[in-house]
Design a protein around this ligand. Structure first.
Ligand SMILES: Nc1ncnc2c1ncn2[C@@H]1O[C@H](COP(=O)(O)OP(=O)(O)OP(=O)(O)O)[C@@H](O)[C@H]1O
Ligand SMILES: [Mg+2]
Length: 264
């Protein structure tokens, strides 16, 4: 698996493991976590059912790092290229998430110890990815082909995962916080994401509620990590994210009805 002559290349884009994700040949090395056995079982299942939209778990190396397959392509990092902000790119992320949920639906999470699940009523159902951020999706030729970084995956509902992905990819925030081609497109992009995923009408009101809870949940994870000394997340919060989160929180409450209407 490891050719000693192959160079270690730092992979950038993430924050949680900033500086600790490396590529060696066609493998990726990442730190292990207490919940890694669960994540590895999940990746094993995805490989066994023939789902190609996730890395394969290949083992643990001599330095105690997880070894995953490297997925060729591009993960989106700022400044975002125009092709990543198109309707086609957005719909392809929704299709990938739908396909992931189909593949994971036959996986039993019960025997494993997972990272925290979201609050009721969004806990359980299947193992949701929980972090479909822009830099956690690999694209090829303008289309999303794989999810990476399953560190936060845990038992939760489809609605929860769709809420998380739609929130980040639309993005669901006030227009004044959007300075690229997605400005003015929020409601149309939200609808496109949800329609492309194929979320049943009956789940759509809950989805808007889940978006607000998902925003809180994600910021709690970041805030807790920062409070425990995580430099990457501290930098992120100190760089204006704390204030932005407060504005977005208010915006969710003000626009909940508008968001619901956009999905009818
Ligand atoms: N299996 C893979 N195949 C291809 N590229 C990868 C793979 N794993 C990671 N990368 C690249 O490395 C970057 C950082 O990886 P990763 O998302 O695992 O880091 P992280 O710090 O845990 O991220 P986050 O802050 O989202 O939790 C990704 O954005 C992607 O560009
Ligand atoms: Mg990441």
């Amino acid at each position: 698996m490891l050719e000693r002559s192959e160079p270690e290349v730092l992979l950038v884009g993430g924050t949680a493991n900033r500086g600790r994700v490396l590529r060696i040949g066609d493998t990726v090395r990442r730190p292990l976590r207490p919940t890694s056995p669960a994540t590895h079982a999940l990746l094993g299942h995805l490989g066994a059912v023939g789902f190609t939209g996730a890395p394969r778990f290949l083992g643990v190396d001599e330095q105690g790092r997880e070894v995953l397959s490297y997925l060729p392509g591009t993960a989106i990092t700022p400044p975002y290229p125009a092709w990543a902000l198109t309707a086609e790119a957005l719909a392809s992320v929704a299709h990938l998430l739908r396909d992931y949920h189909r593949a994971v639906s036959s996986f039993d999470p019960a025997p494993h110890a997972w990272p925290p699940s979201p609050p009721a009523p969004f806990a359980g159902g299947l193992v949701s990815h929980n972090d479909v951020n822009l830099d956690n999706v690999v694209f090829r030729e303008g289309r999303a082909v794989a999810l990476i970084d399953f560190d936060l995956a845990s038992p939760a509902s489809r609605v929860w995962d769709v809420a998380c992905a739609a929130r980040l990819w639309t993005p669901l925030r006030p227009d004044r916080h959007i300075d690229d081609a997605r400005r003015g497109q929020v409601l149309a992009r939200f609808r496109l994401f949800v329609d492309s995923y194929g979320l049943p009408d009956a789940d759509r009101d809950d989805l808007v509620t889940a978006v607000r809870h998902n925003h809180e949940w994600s910021y709690d994870i970041v805030g807790t990590a920062a409070a425990n000394g995580h430099a990457g997340f501290s930098d992120y919060l100190d760089g204006g994210a704390r204030e932005r989160a407060e504005r977005v929180r208010e915006w969710y409450l003000e626009t909940a009805d508008v968001l619901r209407e956009a999905l009818r």
